[in-house]
Design a protein around this ligand. Sequence first.
Ligand SMILES: Cc1cc2nc3c(=O)[nH]c(=O)nc-3n(C[C@H](O)[C@H](O)[C@H](O)COP(=O)(O)O)c2cc1C
Length: 267
Amino acid sequence: MITVNHARCLRCGKCIGDCVVKVLNSDKEGFPQLPEELAAFCLNCQHCLAICPAGALTCNGVSPESCSVPGPLPDPENMLNLIRMRRSCRQYKDENIAPEIMEKLKSSLAWTPTGCNDRGLVFRIIENKDDMLFFRKETSRMLKFLIRTGIMFLLYPRIKRFLKEILNGEDVIYRNAPHMIIAAVSDKAPCKEADPWIALTQFDLFAQSLGIGTCWCGFAGYALKASRKMRKRLELPPSYKIGAVMLFGNPAVSYARAANPENFNMR
Ligand SMILES: Cc1cc2nc3c(=O)[nH]c(=O)nc-3n(C[C@H](O)[C@H](O)[C@H](O)COP(=O)(O)O)c2cc1C
């Protein structure tokens, strides 16, 4: 539902021009309107609300007053530096990150784009480092079982490289990270392949801008998907699947320089 405050509306048509599904048109007096028969097609993306210079539109109860007008954006040089200096962190301090940083990270997830503005992602965050122990133990148990039975060598022959560490109970998967975020997605989401990865890509950059170390963890994704016990612990809604997983925490290392990627292929 979109309501238009006629006293404020400038009738500039910006909202109509920016509507992705073209459901807005103008009434006889030139005010924007959402015809009832088109309301079901509205994605609730709030573009009309965001673009309105006069703050005249309210979308499904969301008023312009409730929306923030953030301060200055990072300049392109800073943004590029962040992209260049982002690194996978595999050495973490054995401590929880500060609660206010955790809150900032969590709140940033609201702005992730999703295909067709589905907004159906569910996030699970291991906020207390002690809770990582359950996942560590269970994954270690699974890995040892797969190694003992020889299944692991069929699934992933390169595991030989880590055999000794795994059998010693070292955490080669979660790298002793104090936190982990899991982006899960509904089976029915129109862009279920992309949405979780995009969400955690944004999370990654924002976290690193806050001095937090992060690491994509494809192996954790496999482990969580394979273990009913761990999936149960995450309490995902029915028909939700694990999409992407990222480790994070206060880094125990810092990098003196950016990498210099060699095989960069662009025409
Ligand atoms: C989809 C994906 C899955 C990954 N899974 C893991 C993983 O399970 N464990 C790990 O240590 N690193 C993982 N990585 C990190 C990559 O190894 C890393 O990005 C790459 O070596 C480049 O290093 P950088 O991130 O520091 O630039 C993953 C990265 C991506 C993009």
